[in-house]
Write a protein that binds this ligand. Sequence first.
Ligand SMILES: [Zn+2]
Ligand SMILES: [Zn+2]
Length: 116
Amino acid sequence: MPNEYISPARRKFYKSAGWKKTRDSYWSYRHGICERCGGLGTQVHHKIYLTDGNLQDPDISLNWDNLELLCDKCHAEEHHGGGFQTADGLRFNEEGELIKCQEQEAEKKKDGVPTT
Ligand SMILES: [Zn+2]
Ligand SMILES: [Zn+2]
C-alpha cells in the first residue's frame, strides 16, 4: 500500500518549526476552509507529494503554490482514492497515516494547530 510508510525524514519535517509556521499561515490564509468542498479544512496537502528527496527543497515543501488546504475527507480521497472508508474512531492524519481520533486531537493540542 502506498503512503502507509512514513520515513523518519518526513516525520521530522512535519514536526519542524518551519513547516508548522508555513502550515498555520496557509491555514489562516485559506480561512480554514477546504479548497475542494468548502468544508472544514484540517490538512495542508502537498500537491507535489513530499518525498525524502524533495522535502529539503523549500520550493516544494514550504511553497504555498504547492499547498492545498483540505478537509479530512478530501485529503483521504486524494491519497487513497474514492471509496475509502474508515471504521468509527479512525481517520487519516496529515501524513496519510490511519490513526485514532483521540491521538490526532492530542497531536493537535501539542502542535498548536488552530481548531476553530
Ligand atoms: Zn473537502
Ligand atoms: Zn496530502
